[in-house]
Unconditional design. Structure first.
Length: 184
């Protein structure tokens, strides 16, 4: 990991406490850290200076940070980008990787786990592939979560439209979305 030190890392995170903790941890590991708490702040930082790495919180106050991947890669095609989220789903992980993110990690995660995922030569740390190399079966609750995420993405994040399509009350859907997804 030492080959990557003294390089600039963009941290896009709207949770102030988590952002402060990560900032300190990354600086202690000799990274120059630039912070942004919104998409617009991140876009300004992308234009303002050369960046080597980016850690993006997927959900920025209702906005998705996935829209930042393209401009980040345009500014530095070799940049490593890690997408962090408290609501991991296969659909968003696949979308992040298709857009050019290097890896995807579910919160909670500490600085070492985050750097490991960012610097890893392997992609997608939360893949549903087991030790045998075969797809592990998902629980019914996890399948439901994945289906909700897929339909929500198809409706561009519109909860009312997603609830109608799933034939579910909007409040029920909101409650399901507020829960953390089950691991498998």
């Amino acid at each position: 990991m030492s080959a990557f030190h003294n390089q600039t890392l963009l941290l896009v995170e709207d949770d102030e406490v988590f952002s402060r903790v990560m900032l300190r941890a990354l600086q202690q590991r000799s990274y120059t850290v630039v912070q942004a708490s919104s998409k617009s702040e991140a876009e300004a930082e992308i234009e303002a200076q050369p960046l080597d790495f980016a850690i993006l919180d997927l959900n920025l106050g209702g906005e998705t940070s996935l829209d930042l991947i393209k401009p980040l890669l345009a500014a530095n095609p070799g940049m490593r980008i890690l997408v962090l989220t408290g609501y991991a789903s296969i659909a968003t992980a696949v979308e992040a990787i298709k857009l050019g993110a290097h890896n995807y990690l579910a919160k909670p995660a500490d600085a070492d786990e985050i750097l490991s995922a960012l610097l890893s030569e392997e992609s997608i740390s939360d893949s549903p592939i087991g030790e045998s190399g075969k797809m592990e079966p998902m629980s019914v609750r996890r399948l439901e979560w994945e289906h909700i995420q897929k339909v929500l993405k198809e409706n561009d994040g519109n909860i009312s439209a997603t609830a109608r399509q799933l034939k579910m009350h909007r409040r029920t859907l909101q409650r399901k979305l507020q829960k953390k997804p089950v691991a498998k």
